[in-house]
Design a binder for this molecule. Structure first.
Ligand SMILES: *[C@@H]1O[C@H](CO)[C@@H](O)[C@H](O)[C@H]1NC(C)=O
Ligand SMILES: *[C@@H]1O[C@H](CO)[C@@H](O)[C@H](O)[C@H]1NC(C)=O
Ligand SMILES: *[C@@H]1O[C@H](CO)[C@@H](O)[C@H](O)[C@H]1NC(C)=O
Ligand SMILES: *[C@@H]1O[C@H](CO)[C@@H](O)[C@H](O)[C@H]1NC(C)=O
Ligand SMILES: *[C@@H]1O[C@H](CO)[C@@H](O)[C@H](O)[C@H]1NC(C)=O
Ligand SMILES: *[C@@H]1O[C@H](CO)[C@@H](O)[C@H](O)[C@H]1NC(C)=O
Ligand SMILES: *[C@@H]1O[C@H](CO)[C@@H](O)[C@H](O)[C@H]1NC(C)=O
Ligand SMILES: *[C@@H]1O[C@H](CO)[C@@H](O)[C@H](O)[C@H]1NC(C)=O
Ligand SMILES: *[C@@H]1O[C@H](CO)[C@@H](O)[C@H](O)[C@H]1NC(C)=O
Ligand SMILES: *[C@@H]1O[C@H](CO)[C@@H](O)[C@H](O)[C@H]1NC(C)=O
Ligand SMILES: *[C@@H]1O[C@H](CO)[C@@H](O)[C@H](O)[C@H]1NC(C)=O
Length: 634
């Protein structure tokens, strides 16, 4: 049980929001689906693509909130959270840096912190989302056997059932509810096994689906206490706009209206009569519209003909690369044809164009938030591939483009325009946000509390709040004590999967992987082994026969990511077998971990004496030994 310290913080609430009246001409339609009544006048420079496509803005200004008034209120309201979760947005192939997300970067990255080493534990939607929503590792979330069991979701043990432990016990919202948060979930939830006739524990409002379609989408909509969950198809936009309802607009309108309602309540009432909120806004963009043959993503109808500068998917060194020393799925790929390359480029452009509406949503969100007391996050459920290793599209692999995701956070005590190389995954997200609740309200001198933020027993992730906040040296020291050196990745195959005529998955492509990043300062700059501080080791098995990874791996890969950031060379056969055994050993320990043990295992410093597994392996695999091994590698 987490308690919020009763520390009074004086917050000056400046209600300076003013409202622009926009006129929608018959030929142009407003883009992001932002309710007109809540668009702020303090909007930033015009979006490049809006010069021609954005509706004309009338200069006459009216106000809903008392304009430019400043009230000083004594509050101890814990911070609000708004999490924007995109679907399949990559970090390494330019997606996050696209021209179509310019304002998102301005509003979030430049006003906050960008995490350059944020990963998913599993590079596919449902497990990755489940990991984010529960703070649990995949091995503690999955079905006990490899068969696609009743109600499972890409092997995650979950059912559309209010009493299922996933929704009853593990779901993040129940922990925020204990802290008196009101929680709204909007947009894509899991790929199946979503709530249809109940709200998960702790959720007050929902408008969710499995990703659905871009145009005229259907959602399950419900409000605790007043509106039982029911299905709504949003297919009523043509009359007013002449175009179909667009998924990002429907999700955007619902989440913006909900946030506006809760902000108004926060302004009217004082803590403890009002509640902080957490909104999870999960967009389909830039995911493909699922379908046969060569599916692409669908931009908003009003952006359909917008031209963007990006035209070609990046030709990274591993684009169309024949990796003969990689896993079977990779080494058996045929070269990409010219036609495939063109289709991939078209897919790339369509993906980026769906982000125009995401950018509009972020832009509309900003004026609604109390930015001095709100953490605003922008991320994705996994990365993506656009021709890497000859596979035209999809994810599901342990390579950087699939597992590395954007993570930008702005909020109280986070310095503007900074970056962090902290090693983290989505499993850490909920423990970290819970940590921010406590930390943000903790007294500056309350160091003990900051270092002892309890993490719910069900969670395996680490609370990285002290690594995210820019504060005192105390924060830094508690950060280094939670800083991870090792990450675990887990993927259980979905079976045989084809994408754009290429096989991208088979049962024997199930993998466990470990990422090791030794902190830079530990190794001196003229050290020849400097490059060995960033390694990825992967073991492949057939999940049908070896669900619990008790057999030796069928195939292995080892990459030195400093020397070889595009993972062109599997160096497994060139390194000391001891290094490989050490990584295998560490991988097995992480694969069997739960709760506190996971947090300990991920740190480099922990001692591993009196451990039966160590005896079994017959050697000390502590930190010293790890470094020794690294230094003896050829
Ligand atoms: C937010 O904090 C900044 C810096 O502390 C201050 O200048 C600004 O007035 C605050 N804004 C609001 C709305 O409280
Ligand atoms: C979202 O709200 C805007 C402004 O009220 C409206 O024009 C638009 O049609 C709405 N979009 C959807 C999909 O409901
Ligand atoms: C995997 O291990 C778990 C825990 O020991 C066990 O319950 C499960 O039956 C095993 N699954 C298979 C397929 O062997
Ligand atoms: C719901 O889940 C619980 C726990 O897993 C199970 O005991 C129960 O049978 C399920 N109910 C339905 C209707 O599926
Ligand atoms: C939540 O609200 C209740 C009732 O207002 C209060 O008794 C309780 O202390 C609050 N809990 C926290 C963690 O603030
Ligand atoms: C369409 O229907 C939804 C759900 O009933 C409603 O909330 C929305 O305002 C309607 N939109 C338009 C443009 O009529
Ligand atoms: C986009 O261009 C196509 C083909 O020229 C046209 O049919 C369509 O109406 C245009 N869409 C918009 C929103 O202008
Ligand atoms: C992919 O590489 C092969 C050679 O390995 C080459 O023949 C082919 O043209 C390349 N495809 C593209 C789209 O560049
Ligand atoms: C953020 O940093 C970049 C690069 O250092 C700089 O170009 C940009 O102007 C900065 N933005 C802000 C808002 O400080
Ligand atoms: C994809 O495969 C189908 C069936 O094997 C074939 O008809 C089609 O020509 C292929 N397309 C491309 C672009 O290779
Ligand atoms: C993996 O599975 C594929 C297809 O099922 C098969 O062709 C291939 O030989 C297998 N590879 C290994 C290393 O077992």
């Amino acid at each position: 049980m987490i308690t919020v310290p009763k520390v009074q913080i004086v917050v000056t609430v400046v209600a300076t929001w003013v409202v622009l009246v926009e006129w929608i001409s018959s030929s142009v339609v407003y883009s992001g689906g932002i309710p007109l009544s809540i668009v702020s006048a303090n909007v930033q420079p015009p979006h490049p693509y809006h010069h021609h496509h954005h509706p004309k803005v009338d200069e006459s200004i009216t106000s809903t909130f008392s304009s430019s008034t400043s009230t000083s209120t004594s509050l101890s309201l814990p911070p609000n959270f708004v999490i924007i979760l995109t679907d399949d947005l990559d970090w390494t192939l330019g997606g996050t840096h696209a021209s179509t997300l310019r304002r998102t970067r301005e509003w979030i990255a430049e006003q906050g912190k960008t995490f350059t080493n944020w990963f998913v534990q599993t590079p596919v939607c449902c497990p990755s989302r489940a990991e984010l929503l529960t703070g649990k590792f995949f091995h503690n979330l999955r079905l006990p056997s490899g068969q696609k069991g009743e109600g499972g979701c890409m092997h995650v043990d979950v059912a559309s059932n209010a009493s299922h432990p996933f929704y009853q016990r593990d779901y993040f919202a129940s922990y925020f509810q204990q802290l008196n948060y009101t929680v709204g979930i909007f947009g894509k939830h899991l790929n199946n096994a979503n709530p249809t006739d109940f709200l998960p524990n702790g959720v007050d409002e929902m408008l969710i689906n499995d990703g659905g379609v871009y145009l005229d989408p259907t959602f399950t909509v419900g409000t605790r206490g007043t509106r039982p969950p029911h299905q709504v198809t949003f297919n009523n936009c043509t009359e007013t706009t002449g175009m179909p309802c667009y998924s990002t607009s429907v999700i955007g309108n619902a989440s913006l209206a909900w946030i506006q309602r809760h902000r108004q309540q926060q302004l009217k009432q004082q803590f403890p009569h009002t509640k902080p909120f957490l909104a999870l806004i999960s967009l389909k963009a830039p995911h493909i519209l699922d379908g046969p043959d060569f599916p692409i993503s669908i931009p908003a109808p009003w952006y359909q003909n917008t031209t963007i500068p990006e035209q070609m998917a990046p030709r990274t060194p591993n684009y169309n690369y024949s990796a003969t020393d990689h896993h079977w799925v990779v080494r058996s790929q045929l070269p990409m044809t010219q036609e495939e390359a063109e289709r991939v480029d078209a897919l790339y452009v369509s993906r980026l164009k769906t982000l125009l509406s995401v950018d509009d949503l972020v832009d509309a969100l900003i004026p609604l938030l109390d930015l001095n007391n709100t953490y605003l996050l922008f991320t994705s459920d996994n990365g993506y591939r656009l021709g890497q290793f000859r596979m035209p599209m999809c994810k599901l692999h342990p390579y950087e483009n699939d597992i590395r995701v954007p993570m930008m956070i702005r909020g109280p005590k986070i310095r503007k325009n900074t970056t962090s190389n902290l090693l983290a995954t989505h499993v850490d997200l909920m423990p970290t946000l819970l940590g921010l609740v406590t930390n943000a309200n903790a007294n500056a001198n309350d160091d003990e509390r900051k270092e002892n933020i309890p993490i719910p027993e069900t969670m395996d992730g680490t609370n990285l709040a002290s690594c995210i906040l820019d504060e005192s040296s105390t924060t830094k020291s508690s950060c280094s004590s939670s800083h991870s050196t090792f990450l675990l990745m887990e993927y259980m195959s979905l079976g045989t999967v084809f994408r754009y005529n290429h096989t991208v998955d088979t049962y024997n492509h199930s993998f466990l992987a470990i990422r090791m990043m030794m902190p830079q300062p530990e190794i001196s700059s003229n050290d020849p082994t400097l490059s060995l501080h960033n390694l990825k080791y992967v073991e492949y098995r057939d999940s049908r026969w070896d669900w619990n990874a008790t057999q030796p791996p069928l195939e292995q890969e080892l990459f030195d990511l400093d020397k070889d950031p595009y993972e062109l060379h599997n160096i497994l056969s060139t390194v000391s077998p001891l290094l490989v055994q050490t990584l295998q050993f560490k991988l097995q320990r992480l694969f069997h971990c739960r709760g506190d043990i996971c947090r300990q295992e991920r740190q480099q410093q922990q001692q591993q004496q009196n451990d039966r597994t160590v005896e079994h392996y017959g050697r000390n695999t502590g930190n010293d030994h790890m470094r020794e091994l690294m230094f003896t590698v050829p």
